[in-house]
Design a protein around this ligand. Structure first.
Ligand code: ADP
Ligand code: MG
Length: 300
C-alpha cells in the first residue's frame, strides 16, 4: 500500500522484495496505461511471491506481478529462466512451494487461454485449419454446445481476424510455421478468454513473421479486451506493443514499463552480474557478462 504510483526509472517493482499488497492496480507507470484499463479495476491476474523448486533447484524465487484487464505483458527471459514454469504455475499445472496466484473473481471459471511452447502438428493430422479453431470453442466448455451456425460464424470471424481465410480449409499439419501459429492463436482466442497466456509463440518464426504475429495478436486482444501474458527470449518484436514487462533471471523477476526495467543497472541487479543494455537503430540488445556457472548462456 506504500508504493507510490509513479516509480522512478531506477525503481521498478522487484518481485523478490515486493511486500504483500504493495503493487496496487494504480501502479501502472505513467504513459503506459493501456486503453480500456482503469486503475480502479482489480487485476485479472495477481501473482504473489511464487516460489518453485524442481529437482532441488530453486527455479522461481518469490516472483510477483499483476496483469490488468486488457494489458499486454511481455514475460522476458533467456532459456531456462523459468518462463514456462511460471506459466504452468498460473495455469495450475505446476504446484508452487510458496506464494499464490489469483485470477479475478469475475473471471474465475471463464477459462484462461493458453498456447503452449512448441506445439507440433503432425502433417498427417486429419484436421483442417478451421477445425482446430473450432476446437477452441469446445475445449473446456462443459455446458450446452453452441449451435453449429453460431459456431461457424465465430470461427469465420476469428479466421478473418488472423488473416487465415485463404488456408482455412487446408490440412493444418501442412501449413507453414507462421500459418500454423495464426491458427493456434485463433484457437486460443476464439472463446474470448479474459486472459491469454502464450509461451514463446515467436520462437521458430523469422523476424517479419514474428512482427506480423505480434501486431495481429495485440490488435485482436485490444479490440476484445483480452489481457495477454506472452513469453519470449527476445523483447524486440514486442517493443511497440508491451504495456509492461516482467523480466525473469536467476528465478527472480522485475516488473515495470519497458523503459524502467530494461536498464543496465536494473538488469545488473537482477542477474547479479554486469549487464549492458544497448539501443541500436530502434532495437534493444541485452548483453549479460559471461558467468562462471554459465547457466544463462546464449542470452541476446
Ligand atoms: N520437471 C523438471 N525437473 C527439473 N528441472 C526442471 C523441470 N522443468 C524445468 N526444469 C528446469 O527449470 C528451469 C526453468 O525451466 P523453464 O521454466 O522451462 O524455463 P524457460 O521456459 O524460461 O526456458 C530450467 O533450468 C529447467 O532445466
Ligand atoms: Mg520455456
Amino acid at each position: 500500500m506504500s508504493t507510490p504510483a509513479a516509480p522512478t526509472p531506477a525503481a521498478p517493482t522487484a518481485g523478490a522484495s515486493t511486500p504483500a499488497g504493495s503493487t496496487p492496480a494504480g501502479s501502472t507507470p505513467a504513459g503506459s496505461t493501456p486503453a480500456g484499463s482503469s486503475p480502479a479495476r482489480p487485476p485479472v491476474l495477481e501473482v504473489k511471491d511464487v516460489t518453485v523448486t524442481l529437482s532441488g533447484r530453486r527455479v522461481l524465487d518469490a516472483v510477483g506481478f499483476t496483469v490488468q484487464p486488457g494489458e499486454f505483458v511481455g514475460l522476458i527471459g533467456s532459456n531456462g529462466a523459468g518462463k514456462t514454469t511460471l506459466l504452468r504455475v498460473i495455469l495450475g499445472l505446476q504446484r508452487e512451494l510458496g506464494g499464490s496466484v489469483r485470477i479475478a473473481d469475475e473471471h474465475a471459471g471463464s477459462g484462461i487461454g493458453y498456447l503452449p511452447q512448441k506445439v507440433l502438428l503432425d502433417p498427417d493430422l486429419p484436421l483442417r485449419a478451421r477445425d482446430v479453431v473450432a476446437l477452441g470453442l469446445d475445449g473446456g466448455r462443459l455446458g450446452i454446445p453452441l449451435p453449429s451456425a453460431k459456431k461457424r460464424a465465430l470461427v469465420d470471424e476469428m479466421l478473418e481476424a488472423v488473416g487465415a481465410m485463404e488456408f482455412a480449409d487446408a490440412r493444418v499439419g501442412l501449413l507453414s510455421g507462421g500459418q500454423q501459429q495464426r491458427i493456434l492463436i485463433a484457437h486460443a482466442i476464439v472463446s474470448n478468454p479474459p486472459l491469454l497466456l502464450l509461451d514463446e509463440p515467436l520462437a521458430n518464426l523469422d523476424i517479419s513473421s514474428a512482427q506480423e504475429i505480434v501486431d495481429l495478436l495485440a490488435r485482436i486482444c485490444r479490440e476484445r479486451g483480452i489481457a495477454v501474458l506472452l513469453s519470449a527470449h527476445d523483447l524486440n518484436p514486442l517493443l511497440a506493443v508491451m504495456d509492461r514487462i516482467v523480466y525473469l533471471a536467476g528465478g527472480r523477476a522485475v516488473t515495470g514499463s519497458t523503459d524502467e526495467v530494461v536498464q543496465s543497472d536494473v538488469l545488473t541487479g537482477l542477474y547479479g552480474r554486469r549487464v549492458d543494455v544497448l539501443r541500436v537503430g530502434g532495437r534493444v540488445l541485452v548483453v549479460a557478462a559471461a558467468d562462471e556457472a554459465d547457466e544463462d548462456h546464449g542470452h541476446e
